[in-house]
Design a protein around this ligand. Sequence first.
Ligand SMILES: *Cc1c(COP(=O)(O)O)cnc(C)c1O
Length: 343
Amino acid sequence: MVAVNSPRSVLQINREAIVHNVKEISKFSGKRIIAVVKSDAYGMGVRFVVPILNELPEVEAFAVACPEEGVVLREMGVRKEVLVLGGVLPEDMGAVKEYDLTPVVSDIEHMRAIGNDPVRFHIKYDTGMGRLGFVEETVEDPRITGVMSHLSTPGDREFSLVQIKRFSSIVGRYPKGIKVHMESSAGVIYRIPFTTHVRVGLALYGEKPLKDYPLDLRPAITLKARIISVKDLPPGFPISYGRTYVTKRRTRIGVVAFGYADGLMKVLSNRGTLLYRGREVPIVGNITMDMTVVEFGDLRPRVGEWVTVVGEGRTFGDLARVAGTIPYELMCNVSARVHREVI
Ligand SMILES: *Cc1c(COP(=O)(O)O)cnc(C)c1O
């Protein structure tokens, strides 16, 4: 077989930017970092992101959603603590012990799954997230090495302070010296005085979790795809499935090798734009599985050139706003077909 070394789409991860963002989060919070790399590092690729983070002393631990994700980190050679945020079921205990994972216990059934096994674990409290965590009861056990909670609405100062106060009184029941963590990327703005670690994901990539975010982050991700066809069309010519766009004049359209199967959500059809040499070009017609049509108008792009989906000053957050979603969802949608590289 002949090797294909000209990918149609590339996601570039900028090592320097991630290192800068880690140092900035560490400096701003004054705390060590639990790097949240669930869901394949938010779709960016643990194989590429984790080796960068693993070398940094500011990153003391990793957090993933489920044991399978923890096993992937261990098989990559990660020796730092690996928290499993999504609880622990009886079937998970083999992997927890064999791979030295740290479950987060948030339900009495998780305690039952652990039983008398000699494993360390963290306890999660629900102070107003309304998802995982103990509400009324306190769990005490000598194997507990950390307590955590999670902010539901970090943009709402009043409610966040209620959650922080509740968590403060819970933390008071535990011995000093254990890990205490509550702040996510957005949550770091509260500089909670009694937590020992911050638990951040999104900010690692330079994506701002809040509109007015006081940290100086650098965008770490560029996502681009190649133009595979360019042609001129007369006025009144329909574009793509369903003919949801019709050319208004004689115009140049291009087909970009990037569709909803690559992560460009169909809802961006006739709404979003891509960037060609720094200029915004509108997405016209329906985004299809593997291809998206853009209108170049009078620009003169050539087949084989690149257009930018994210990068050149545009973030996942910017695109998410147009799509009516959050950057997390767009990032997780970037599929395995997109070639990854660290630069
Ligand atoms: C995903 C997650 C985080 C990280 O949130 P970011 O906004 O990406 O920093 C922190 N804590 C928990 C419990 C999470 O599920």
